[in-house]
Write a protein that binds this ligand. Structure first.
Ligand code: AMP
Ligand code: TRP
Length: 328
């Protein structure tokens, strides 16, 4: 069975974008792959988080993974910092990644271009730690949203170079970006990604939002005056985004959605979108409520840690021998 690995960095509440672009796909993939899913809490601290809030987000994230259908019997679910080998291999990968490469990463470049203050060394070397996360488990496939593809490609380049220099040490992973829903856009500004770091909350749906406010946000979503439900991300980014959400959640094609809403107004279409999204979220929230105050989270993480650690300690040992830093 091929191995698949991915991580989510819950620096805020998980969003509908995370669900459609990442989480939901992991649940599907666990039938066909040996799945490793971890909470990238070391990546979280590359920016400052209020500790109490971070703790809550991490716990919510595990609960939501489970609520969305990730099955700890089939998938290895763990906390990145529980497997200390990540940080160590992260440094080794950092030493095998060039400044030129890190400088080209758009996530960092964007932050710099925006003039964000207090950017840390951690955020700059973030992709090297991400390479370590992936290479540690010799993952074959790494499902990510569009924005993370570049980091997986950098990981590939680093691994190929490492293998050329030291002999075959790492499997070369491939990014997997879902065809539909890899980039859910903000409801209030559909030219921007739906993101938990948005300034206002209007454009972003959180998985734990109360359903009334979800409905309100969708009904207030920015559209256009073309008055036709059709997929045209250039001319109609708002409507196309809502269509993408529907298509991802119900598997309907864009053509079918267009047909169903021929001659109907945006109000009716938005109501339909709200119904579909609320139905999905209601299911998730119900399961979340059962899980969040239950010991199951601790148990799942302990199990995941034990399983991941076995692989990671072997791999790190092998790599340290290969590069000559172990004396024995
Ligand atoms: P992040 O929230 O940036 O840590 O992303 C976690 C995962 O969700 C990554 O695979 C992202 O690419 C994906 N993701 C985040 N926001 C969106 C979005 N608006 N649409 C689709 N996928 C997303
Ligand atoms: N950087 C990813 C994000 O922001 C999270 C992440 C960390 C990740 N390590 C990873 C994703 C390894 C895939 C594989 O979403």
């Amino acid at each position: 069975m091929k191995r698949m690995l991915s991580g989510i960095k819950p620096t805020g509440q998980l969003t509908l974008g995370n669900y459609i672009g990442a989480l939901r796909n992991f649940v599907k993939y666990q039938d066909d792959y040996e799945m490793f899913v971890f909470i990238a809490n070391l990546h979280c601290i590359t920016v400052y988080n209020e500790p109490e809030e971070l703790r809550k987000n991490l716990k919510d994230c595990v609960a939501l993974y489970l609520a969305c259908g990730l099955d700890p019997k089939r998938s290895c679910i763990f906390l990145q910092s529980d497997v200390m080998e990540h940080a160590q291999l992260g440094f080794i990968m950092c030493c095998n990644t060039y400044l030129g490469e890190l400088n080209r990463m758009t996530q960092f470049k964007d932050k710099q271009a925006k003039g964000e203050q207090g950017l840390t060394g951690g955020i700059y070397t973030y992709p090297a730690l991400m390479s370590a996360d992936i290479l540690m488990y010799d993952a074959d496939y790494v499902p990510v949203g569009e924005d993370q593809k570049q980091h997986v490609e950098l990981c590939r380049d680093t691994a190929i170079r490492f293998n050329n220099r030291y002999g075959k040490s790492f499997n070369i992973p491939e990014p997997v970006v879902a065809k539909v829903g890899a980039k859910i856009m903000s409801l209030s500004d559909p030219t921007k990604k739906m993101s938990k770091s948005e300034q206002t909350n209007k454009g972003c749906i959180y998985l734990l939002d109360d359903l009334k406010s979800v409905r309100k946000k969708i009904m207030a979503a920015k559209t256009d005056d073309i008055a036709k439900v059709q997929y045209d991300p250039q001319q109609q980014p708002g409507i196309s985004n809502l269509m993408t959400i529907i298509s991802a959640l119900t598997n309907q094609s864009f053509d079918d959605i267009t047909k169903n809403f021929e001659g109907k107004g945006y109000g009716e279409f938005k109501k339909y979108v709200a119904d579909i999204v609320c139905e999905e979220l209601a299911m998730i929230q119900e399961r979340y409520a059962e899980i969040i105050n239950n010991n199951v989270i601790k148990e799942v993480l302990a199990e995941g840690k034990a399983r991941a650690e076995k692989i990671a300690s072997k791999k790190l040992d092998q790599i340290q021998r290969t590069i000559g830093i172990e004396i024995k």
